[in-house]
Design a protein around this ligand. Sequence first.
Ligand code: SER
Length: 915
Amino acid sequence: MKASPSPAIMLSAQQQPRSGAAIRLAFLDFYTARGHRLLPSASLVPDDPTVLLTIAGMLPFKTVFLGQKPRPAQRATSAQKCIRTNDIENVGRTARHHTFFEMLGNFSFGDYFKEQAICWAWELSTEVFGLDPRHLVVSVFHEDREATSIWTETVGVAPHRIVPMGAADNFWSAGPTGPCGPCSELYYDLQPEKGDEAINLEDDERFIEFYNLVFMESNRNADGVLTPLANKNIDTGMGLERMARILQGKPNNYETDLIYPLMAAVARRSPLEDYLAASTDQQTSLKIIADHSRAVTHLIADGVTSSNLGRGYVLRRLIRRAVRHGYLIGIREPFLESLVDVVVKVTGSAYPQLQQRETAIKRELKQEELRFRDTLERGEKRLGEILTTQPERISGSQAFELYDTHGFPLELTVEIAQEHGLGVDQEGFAAAMEIQRQQARAAAVNVDLTRGGVAEGLAAKLGATPFSGYQQLNDESEVVALIVNGEAAQQALQGDAVQVGLSRTCFYGESGGQVGDRGVVLGATTAGQPMEMIVEDVQKVDGFVLHKGRLVSGVLHLGQVVVTRVDHFCRRRAQIHHTATHLLHEALKRVVDPAICQAGSLVDFNRLRFDFNCPRSVAASEMEQMESLINGWILEAYSLEVSQMPMAEAKARGAVAMFGEKYGDVVRVVNVPGVSMELCGGIHVNNTAEIGVVRLVAESGVAAGIRRIEAVAGPAALAYIKPRDQACRELGERFKAQPTEIVARVEALQAELKHTSKALAASREALALAKAKALVDQAQSNGAFQLLVQRLDGVEPAALQTAGQALVDQLGPGAVVVLAGESSPGKVSLVAGFGPQVVARGLKAGAVIGALAKGCGGGGGGRPHLAQAGGRQPENIDAVLEAGQAQLVRALSQSPPPEPQRRRRKSTRKTSSAG
Ligand code: SER
């Protein structure tokens, strides 16, 4: 353990890390060099249901500190992206508040503790970051004598520069419960000239806290009781932006290289042009936009999408605040999307998923910004009108009208009112909201479900569900109908099979061949359980959309406000197959017959099926030609145009209408320019290139004059191709052949195999015949009969039959031949062959062999003179043959003696002439 040997040493400017990236690296290098495992930043979406977002570097390790999860290492270090929104009002208004920030941390999981943590923190601050020790002050928890003495005795900090603080400041925990402990913080003195006598760490202007060392040794329960953790741990956090501010000598965190480029970019897009030329208020707006753009970019990168609940709402609120401040500084065009590149440039090297998700981030930002701009303009206009009446405050009903009619969020009303020195009656707002909920609930409950099917009743009462899913995959709405286990219900509980009707939905209900979307419906938490419904199918009943699925958590009730979230992977797969279906339809017209029209279709996530009228099958060459044509259209990357137009106009333009569907006056036209134009309510890709590839996999007939083509597209096509490609590769390796040579190689092998099999069968027969010949001597004479019952193993059924026939031929008309043996391991083969005299006596080979085979666990039969059977109990062969022989002997002795054939024929003739 070691403190800084000579704290007075100062680094030259060149040695000191200055840029945000260099500071991050220096911190992580310092601790990795000291045996810490470098861990990547965890997601902003924590694996911890008690918090909405990752608020500190320690959050991913909460369960490790509690001993619930194994430690990832004894020591670790990380740069963790964090978001805190509790001080959102201060963001941009103070020098150091942010929503998004990066926390550099070193952690000990039951390894080193207080003294080492303090010494390394000092060494890093003074020797690596080159901070003048005379400008450093530390705080300690007032009961923590040990920390005080380490600072004074081991590190050598003067006692007057160590400030004891109470639990509110220096006892740290991530929340009301969980791991916690006393902490000690390092502060940098920005105004040392004020002298040591006036040290007041509350003085923000003078002191900046940059490094917090938490001595994590207790667990706090819900009653506030502390119990010692199994291990003594270290959790530290250094604010990267703060250290950058100190080392870059900036008046606030915003002007460091981590954030300034964002403010400059926003200023350039606004009439202000330059950050430095802006007024204080305008600079605040620039700071807020810069801060929020970092937060929203990282949030979306981590999979958060805008909604009215939880994290989704944090995102929405940050986007809206940023847009509004853009509006305040005169930006009239959407601009947030353009900031993503700057965020990626500034922090992307440390957070690679930013680059990977860049397109999705921009799309989400653009959508949400466009949606909000309209609202903003309408709402601000209305609010402006209200403000011109010079009210004392904004009433609850006014705030509710802004929210309900104009979609203007309450907190924005509050914020704008505040800017005018006014309050808002928030209780009045809540009351108005509740009244509206109750009305919606009453409307839903009044649905008469007794007549007709439950769903039909709902459809008739509630009408078509407004669909927002063409533009967006997330939405919010209200539960207007609920069916639990087939019955109308007020509420559903965890585990229930539910069908839910909503006031509006972004879920596509199955129609036009396209299957319903999959996804989740989310709602508020009840008794600690957030509501979550998995949507497994979505059906449309007369335009009313029913979301079917399971409630996996929480409580779902009528009137509940919910967030709907479509599974975009499934949706995308359906879109791909839907556009592919239109291309296939067109290809059929061009290649097979222009008169072809659709007779049915299925657009699924993993395949498409297209039925059409055609009197003949589609040739393989036509299938190939169509596949090339379709993939050519995909490669051409046509952008689709979707528009609404009167039916007459659509028809005049040549749009293809689907078989058997009805259209209203105004229709939706899906146009792949120059390729295909169809009336269609389904959801399509934006550009044919998104389909990737189409494979036509089958053609068949489904009814008279109706053919069916099945195809796969996009990821499903790749999944189809992959195992085939793999098999082809393996075959190529085995045959040492190129894929194109495999067929010829297999044909040659098949011919060779056929030849060899024939030769093998011939030699088996020859062998069987030889074996049979050797048996002739074993035949027993029984009057005129020649009885031969023998075991013959290792002879294939066909060869055994040949052998049986040969023996009958040799033994003559009185031959009674029964052969049985184990033809291959575990398999019994039996043959009976009777000469004509035996058959004439009424003995039938078929009946005899059937009975014998039964004894060997099998069955079989055949003609009276030659029959064959099989069985599965070779262990019974000997006994069966023995019993068979005895029975045959008996049967032959009971039969009348055989007549010579000639006489028999004569008598037959006699009989017939007598008749
Ligand atoms: N968990 C502490 C903090 O967030 C130290 O990292 O301040």
